[in-house]
Design a protein around this ligand. Structure first.
Ligand SMILES: [Zn+2]
Length: 235
């Protein structure tokens, strides 16, 4: 699962909880940020093999700290507590850059967003997600079916964006920016699923994860600034 994770970020953001979209973009990929970091440190292990599954080259044969069910629950709790600690004290309104109300449900939503990553990975991954430690591995393996997996990613992103647009009031120009962002995410997914490429090393793959995910976070930040005060260019 790749861009499909962002559907949860779009779907979680409401007028009521006031969680900035960029924060949710970090949350839904929080487990992968930990994973990429641990791969870079040589603690978690990854092989990149051409044709490993139809839709992905990643053989994540050792990722018990970032991607086991037990640690996913723990990381979700950590993220919720961090959000509560930081934003509970300094509530902010991402859209207008000013202080506003802080919704009590926000940390729980952050926790759910982080945990959603494991659930969506469970659908796509081959049997490589441990329940605990590095054992009892699960995974429904939708990555073995390239087109259905791609269709699910796109359907999720579209669904998430529809909810986001329906539940958040915004100027027309920002709506356009959000839709453009959604199209860009689909294009990235087309590239990831269908464009053949030489496998990178494990470390370069992890670096790519950091760079791409952070780029998306920055775009999510910029998109929520569009049409508020002065205009900011979007993708
Ligand atoms: Zn993952």
């Amino acid at each position: 699962m790749f861009v499909g994770h962002y559907s949860v970020a779009f779907a979680c953001r409401t007028e009521r909880n006031q969680i900035p979209l960029w924060v949710l973009f970090v949350a839904v990929q929080f487990l992968d940020y930990i994973w990429a970091t641990l791969v870079l440190l040589g603690i978690e292990k990854l092989r990149v093999i051409k044709g490993f599954t139809a839709g992905s080259m990643l053989d994540s044969y050792f990722h018990p700290y970032s991607h086991s069910l037990i640690t996913a629950i723990l990381w979700s709790a950590v993220a919720a507590l961090v959000y509560k600690g930081v934003c509970g004290r300094h509530p902010f309104d991402s859209a207008h850059g000013r202080l506003s109300h802080y919704s009590k449900s926000a940390p729980l939503i952050i926790g759910i967003a982080v945990f959603s990553h494991w659930i969506l990975d469970l659908i796509a991954h081959p049997r490589d997600l441990p329940i605990y430690d590095n054992t009892s591995k699960v995974g429904f393996g939708l990555w073995n079916y390239r087109d259905p997996e791609f269709a699910l990613e796109v359907a999720l992103v579209v669904g998430g964006i529809v909810l986001y647009l329906a539940r958040n009031a915004m100027p027309a120009i920002r709506k356009g920016a959000v839709i453009a962002f959604g199209i860009a995410l689909v294009v990235v997914q087309i590239g990831d699923t269908y464009v053949p490429r030489t496998p990178l090393t494990d470390k370069r793959t992890a670096m790519g994860v950091w760079i791409f995910y952070t780029l998306f976070v920055l775009i999510a930040f910029a998109v929520e600034k569009v049409g508020c005060r002065k205009r900011i260019n979007t993708p």
